[in-house]
Structures are given as structure tokens and as C-alpha cells.
Design a protein around this ligand. Structure first.
Ligand SMILES: Cc1cc2nc3c(=O)[nH]c(=O)nc-3n(C[C@H](O)[C@H](O)[C@H](O)COP(=O)(O)OP(=O)(O)OC[C@H]3O[C@@H](n4cnc5c(N)ncnc54)[C@H](O)[C@@H]3O)c2cc1C
Length: 168
């Protein structure tokens, strides 16, 4: 953790007064979190009597939106398919993977495009993001909301996920 904090200071110190202030907090904050944004892709999520749900099986990329929706939809579909198959896990797991495939594909695509937009890869990009965020908070409510609507593709995609109405 100490090394991670040093990495951050080395990469971002001097970028902007506000960023320097955040970096100063690193010395005292009890809530430090540092991780990569990773998209998980596997050919199958099931083996034997075990299957994976949510991030463990198909994390589209944390912090870029929607992974929680996907995990909840996955849990619902798995429960529904297990009930429908009368507990026959082989049939249920195969049906679960089929039913989730399209949702996972859509979520991955949204996550990749969000990561490209939201995660800068250069000092220039980081600086641009800080300035754009500052500008956004200075905009009047109307134009600000209109701009934010452009960035809510993830919410739209996840809201539109259709699932079966499994009967008990
Ligand atoms: C910084 C950050 C920001 C995010 N922002 C968003 C967002 O804005 N919108 C969104 O939709 N999603 C967001 N996510 C993603 C979201 O948190 C995850 O997609 C979601 O929590 C996945 O749920 P899950 O149940 O699959 O896994 P988790 O919530 O990770 O649950 C797994 C659980 O298993 C436990 N566990 C692990 N190993 C073991 C073990 N061996 N034995 C027993 N228990 C174990 C863990 O402690 C944990 O409680 C974000 C994630 C991060 C990291």
C-alpha cells in the first residue's frame, strides 16, 4: 500500500493544485483503495456442481457502471433456471449461461466504451478530465443535465435488460 501511494504521488504531483490536495490526503486517509479496472472473460462460468455469479464470472469492469445490475440479474436468472430445472444443475447452468450471454456481451461493450471515455491514459487526459469536471459543475442545471444524459448509456443498457418472469 505504501508503494501504491508513492506511485500515485510520483505520477500526479504537480498536475493541479486540487490533485495535490488529494495526494496530501493519502498520508492520513483510512479509506485508501487502489486496483486495476479489469474485464473478466471466460468461455464458461460453470464446472461440475459449481457456477459463478456476478463479478466472479463476468465482471464487465468495476467503476465504469452497471456491474451490480448484471450481478443481480445473474443471481435472479440462476435461481429461476435452477427452479425450472427442478434442481438439475447441469441443465440449469447451461440455461443460465445462455440467458445471460447477451446481457454480459452488452454490459462489456458499454464498460469498454465508458472506460475509454472516463479513464484518461495521459497527463494531458487527466488534466482535461479535471478541467471538464470543473466546467460541468459550473454549468447551469439545464445544460449540465443535458450533458450528463450523454453519459448515462450504461444506465439505459442495464435498465433495458429483459428477464423472464420465472414462476415459483
Ligand atoms: C471502486 C468501485 C466502484 C464501483 N462502482 C460501481 C457503480 O457505480 N455501479 C455499479 O453497478 N457497480 C459498481 N462497481 C462494481 C460493483 O461493486 C460489483 O460489480 C458488485 O459488487 C458485484 O457484486 P458481486 O456480488 O458479484 O461481488 P462482490 O460484491 O465483490 O461480493 C463478493 C463477496 O464475496 C466475498 N468473498 C470473497 N472471497 C470469499 C471467500 N473465499 N469466502 C467467502 N466470501 C468471500 C467478498 O468479501 C464479498 O463480500 C464498483 C466497484 C468498485 C471496486
Amino acid at each position: 500500500m505504501t508503494r501504491q501511494k508513492e506511485l500515485l504521488r510520483g505520477a500526479f504531483r504537480g498536475l493541479d493544485g486540487e490533485v495535490d490536495r488529494w495526494l496530501d490526503e493519502l498520508g492520513t486517509t483510512p479509506g485508501f483503495y487502489f486496483d486495476s479496472i479489469t474485464q473478466l472473460r471466460m468461455g464458461t462460468w460453470s464446472r461440475g456442481r459449481v457456477t459463478l455469479v456476478g463479478d466472479a464470472g463476468y465482471c464487465p469492469g468495476p467503476a465504469v457502471g452497471g456491474s451490480t445490475s448484471l450481478a443481480i440479474v445473474g443471481a435472479y436468472v440462476l435461481a429461476g433456471e435452477l427452479a425450472r430445472a427442478g434442481g438439475d444443475h447441469e441443465r440449469a447452468f447451461a440455461a443460465y449461461e445462455r440467458a445471460m450471454a447477451e446481457h454480459v456481451r452488452g454490459s462489456r461493450a458499454v464498460a469498454l466504451s465508458a472506460a475509454r471515455t472516463l479513464v484518461p491514459t495521459s497527463r494531458f487526459g487527466v488534466s482535461g478530465l479535471v478541467q471538464a469536471t470543473r466546467l460541468l459543475s459550473a454549468l447551469p442545471a439545464g445544460p449540465g443535465r443535458a450533458f450528463l444524459r450523454l453519459t448515462t448509456k450504461s444506465a439505459r443498457v442495464h435498465n433495458a435488460m429483459a428477464v423472464e418472469d420465472y414462476q415459483p
